[in-house]
Write a protein that binds this ligand. Structure first.
Ligand SMILES: Cc1ncc(C[n+]2csc(CCOP(=O)(O)OP(=O)(O)O)c2C)c(N)n1
Ligand SMILES: [Mg+2]
Length: 898
């Protein structure tokens, strides 16, 4: 029997009733291991544990394995190629990445930048670049790598060696505006559109979007739209970043969907910005259990090769015990000191261990390396990860933050933000990584690139040539899709006659028409977070199926019905369950498919508008940053229209939130024909013209009749406003007002127009304002152009132009906060009164809510009369009459305060 087992036996001796029996069991296991190997041992133990648990022992075992590498040294795939050249290359990339930041900060510390994170990642990246990551080529569709945002200097430094970037560009790091070709601080597809694919720097965004990317690739494959087999999604995650709910929130889905095309590498440098990630615990062990519990293949890469002999000699498990007992806070401190400190404080925890390392010098102890800095260990892990089938893989690698920075940062609390290196630290860095630079070159932090025909450069080129060329690389365009004629949506253009429907229903019909289109139909990706029935879309379940890699392993309860719940391996709907963050990640994957896969796809993600931007705003920005194209549909929108749901459901501000996203076109349509025209135009702009924008359209659940599209309305609908009620009588001298309404509240504006005419003899033209945000965009552009061309004939903003032929003050009424109609105030050019739903939502009848928020027909009429009175067009007494006639409570508290 081995010493290890002795130690284990005595470990458990505290409560061991029968040590002899224990010993026999362990010996039996020893024998199995020796004769039949570890697989057989695992099988036997699994059966034994099952039997015991069945008999009522309760939980046995844990999701953790010991604090050592998952792949034993004996089973490691060996790094092919030339390890020494790889080390030299990596050292050069390290140097240049560091030099970029140091040089920028010599100029001014205003520019910032990070050194320490990439220094901890370098080996993890370089092994990938040299051996694993395919660029898209004729042989391979290309791997997708989500690089850590704030380690971008590492990517730039490599691109420099590969000849993709010049020294001037490196010197223009973080000077994207003032220096042409300047390098963006973080990955950004707008700023470097042919380089960066994934905007990752907001922590948590990379991880969650990588999961849904991997899933989307399986979906594309299953639907026969692209061959994504053999392509991998790699995502680099910081150990501090795992605290973001977005990072860990969807790992269960990845396990459940068996995303074996997904590989995460968690860089456990044990530190985040302020301090240790888990000073009092062990992040690696914590993550191991989390991921294993979620069905991932876990590969821990903790110790480097220099530990192998010590671990091989650890028959009594004493080294392992100290490794297990030491917490991350200690591991960080060890690496900020020296070999003598490690000897005393780590090995010194056990006198026997001290003895065991007595023959080693302090220097040798210092050189005991961590797994994430050992190219051999990293290679072995990657090798296994890319071959693993049936589940996603996470590689949990232990590293040192600020590796190589010495006293300037290595393992130090302050390392994250260190942007400067003293001369001494620079010289030490050069010596440690054996860079052929003179002291003078070091002091100037000069870049270093070996001659093109040097063995290093040839090796670098060869490795990348084998893998299809340089990466990351971003595709800007894909084929354009054929646009169906507007008449495809004939039903919406013709109106509903006497039938009352909602704009949601109008949208579902538009979607159904698109799905029927032979060419566009297959490109449509309906995405829903468990709200299909809310939006009347359950008909699609049966018609196009819900994607599931498993198909349907059960007979659905409603299988007798026409529209049963159908899961299907080739299904088209992405039914995400209750995860808005996951759903918008799918939207991003589908909306960028034109770029990442060269296959344009058209996502329609429909959700409760209240649970959109305000729930996942940063992912909305990630969609914009990614140059995603597609449609976001904010369903059940409007604070008083979704009347029964109250406080947390009623959206009165999503349009304001979306107004700040540069690539978003937002619309608040009132009629089916508007929905059809907007979607048709969106398809044209995004999928024919290939404009990198996306559409946000709010939809309502209130039923009313939809008229046919008036002649010539199209341009106004798209630019943001068109007239829907013309009071006529252009020469009449009666007082006249212009009413703006949108969405369902347009109906109140129309009713107010009738009241004004009937009760007060006031003429009212009514406009459907489909987009205040588009009108504002136009106003800003025109104003800017006029400012820059002061002597040229001046242009007119669309709002001003549209209103010009019509008299009277304007009253705008919205189911959103007043800020929304206020967006166009500068260009209305006359008295402008705005009514909106500022305040907290609540439940009641729609009419009651509209009265409460003062956006009902009576308040609109009152606002119009008051505006006319202020303009001197009517007597103020008329407004007072309206208050009386419509029984308006003048002392009601303002809705924002109740
Ligand atoms: C959502 C978000 N919050 C905060 C930050 C600021 N920030 C950038 S890096 C960082 C620390 C990251 O630590 P870790 O994930 O461990 O990465 P490391 O640099 O150690 O590799 C912080 C707080 C951010 N980029 N995104
Ligand atoms: Mg970290």
């Amino acid at each position: 029997m081995s010493e290890t087992l002795d130690a284990a036996t005595s470990n458990g001796a505290s409560g061991d009733l029968d040590t002899l029996e224990t010993r026999e069991w362990l010996e039996a296991l020893d024998a199995v291991l020796a004769h039949d190997g570890p697989d057989r041992a695992r099988e036997l133990l699994t059966r034994v544990v099952e039997r015991a648990q069945h008999a009522g022992t309760g939980l046995i075992g844990s999701l953790n394995t010991p604090y050592v590498n998952t792949i034993p040294a004996s089973r490691e795939a060996k790094l092919p190629g030339d390890p020494l050249i790889e080390r030299r290359l990596r050292s050069i990339v390290r140097w240049n990445a560091m030099a970029m930041v140091v040089r920028a900060n010599k100029e001014s510390s205003e520019l910032g930048g990070h050194i320490a994170s990439y220094q901890s990642l370098a080996t993890l990246y370089e092994v990938g670049f040299n051996h694993f990551w395919h660029a898209p080529s004729d042989q391979h569709g290309g791997d997708l790598v989500y690089f850590q945002g704030h380690s971008s200097p590492g990517n730039y430094a490599r691109a420099y060696l590969e000849g993709r970037l010049t020294e001037e560009q490196l010197d223009a790091f973080r000077q994207e505006v003032s220096k042409p070709g300047g390098l963006s601080s973080y990955p950004h597809p707008w700023l470097m559109p042919e380089f960066w694919q994934f905007p990752t720097v907001s922590l948590g965004i990379g991880p969650i979007t990588s999961i849904y990317q991997a899933r989307f690739m399986k979906y594309l494959h299953a639907r026969g739209l692209a061959n994504t087999e053999g392509r991998k999604v790699w995502c680099f995650v910081g150990d501090g970043e795992v605290d973001e709910p977005e990072t860990m929130g969807s790992i269960g889905m990845a396990g459940r969907e068996r995303l074996d095309n997904l590989i995460w590498v968690i860089n456990c440098n044990l530190q985040r910005l302020d301090g240790p990630v888990r000073g009092n615990g062990k992040i690696i062990q914590e993550l191991e259990a989390d991921f294993r519990g979620s069905g991932w293949n876990v590969i821990k890469v903790i110790w480097g090769s220099r530990w192998d002999p010590l671990l091989a000699a650890d028959h009594d498990g004493r080294l392992l015990r100290v490794m297990e007992e030491s917490v991350d806070g200690e591991y960080q401190t060890y690496k900020s000191r020296d070999g003598a400190y490690v000897r005393q404080h780590f090995f010194g925890k056990d006198p026997v261990l001290l003895e065991r390392v007595a023959h080693m010098s302090d220097e040798e102890i210092w050189l005991l390396n961590r797994g994430g800095h050992d190219q051999q260990k990293v290679y072995a892990a990657y090798h296994e990860a890319v071959r693993h089938k049936g589940s996603p893989t996470v590689i949990i690698a232990k590293t040192i933050k600020g590796y190589g920075m010495g006293p300037a940062g290595e393992g130090q609390m302050i390392t994250h933000q260190a942007k400067k290196m003293t001369e001494e630290a620079l010289l030490a860095f050069r010596d440690r990584f054996e860079l052929p630079l003179s002291d003078e070159q070091v002091r100037a932090a000069e870049y270093y690139k070996p001659p093109e025909d040097s063995p290093e450069m040839r090796y670098l080129r060869q490795c990348r040539e084998k893998l299809g060329g340089s990466m990351p690389r971003r595709r800007r365009r894909a084929e354009s899709l054929p646009l169906p004629p507007l008449e495809t949506f004939k039903g919406q253009l013709e109106g509903t006659g006497e039938r009352a429907i909602s704009t949601t229903m109008a949208f579902v019909r538009v979607l159904a028409a698109l799905l029927r289109d032979k060419q566009l139909g297959p490109r449509i990706v309906p995405i829903v977070p468990d709200e299909s029935r809310t939006f009347g879309m359950e008909g699609l379940f049966r018609q196009i199926g819900i994607y599931s890699p498993l198909g349907q392993l059960y007979q659905p309860q409603d299988s007798q019905q026409l529209m049963f719940y159908k899961e299907d391996q080739h299904g088209q709907i992405l039914e995400e369950g209750i995860t808005e963050a996951g759903s918008i990640s799918s939207f991003i994957a589908a909306g960028t498919s034109y770029s990442t896969h060269g296959v344009p796809m058209i996502p329609f993600y429909i959700y409760y508008s209240m649970f959109g931007y305000q729930r996942v705003g940063d992912l909305v920005w990630a969609a914009a940053d990614s140059r995603a194209r597609g449609f976001l549909l904010g369903g059940t929108a409007g604070r008083t229209t979704l009347n029964g749901e109250g406080l947390q459901h009623e959206d009165g501000h999503s349009h304001v939130l979306f107004s700040v996203v540069p690539s978003c076109r937002a619309y608040d349509p009132a009629y089916g024909y508007e929905v059809a025209v907007i979607i048709h135009e969106g398809l044209r702009r995004m999928f024919v013209e290939q404009e990198d924008c996306f559409y946000y359209i709010t939809l309502m659940n209130e039923n009313y009749r939809h008229p046919p599209m008036p002649d010539g309305a199209q341009e106004g609908i798209l630019r943001g406003m068109h007239i829907v009620r013309d009071a006529g009588a252009p020469r009449s001298r009666k007082p006249r007002v212009q009413l703006f309404g949108s969405g369902t509240i347009l109906q109140e504006a129309l009713a107010a127009a009738e009241l004004l005419e009937r009760d007060f003899g006031v003429l009212a033209d009514v406009w459907s304002v489909t987009s205040y945000t588009e009108l504002r965009r136009d106003g800003i552009e025109v104003e800017r152009w006029n400012m820059l061309h002061p002597t040229a004939p001046q242009r007119t903003p669309y709002v001003t132009e549209a209103l010009a032929p019509r008299r009277g003050p304007v009253v705008a009424v919205s189911d959103y906060v007043r800020t929304l109609p206020d967006l166009v105030r500068p260009w209305v050019g006359r008295t402008y009164r705005v009514l909106g739903t500022d305040g907290f939502g609540r439940s009641d009848w729609r009419w009651a809510l509209r009265r409460f928020f003062e956006v009902d027909r009576h308040h609109i009429a009152l606002a119009a009369l008051k505006a006319l009175a202020d303009d001197g067009e009517v007597d103020a007494a008329l407004a007072a009459q309206a208050i009386e006639r419509y029984q308006i409570d003048t002392e009601a508290p303002i809705p924002t305060s109740v």
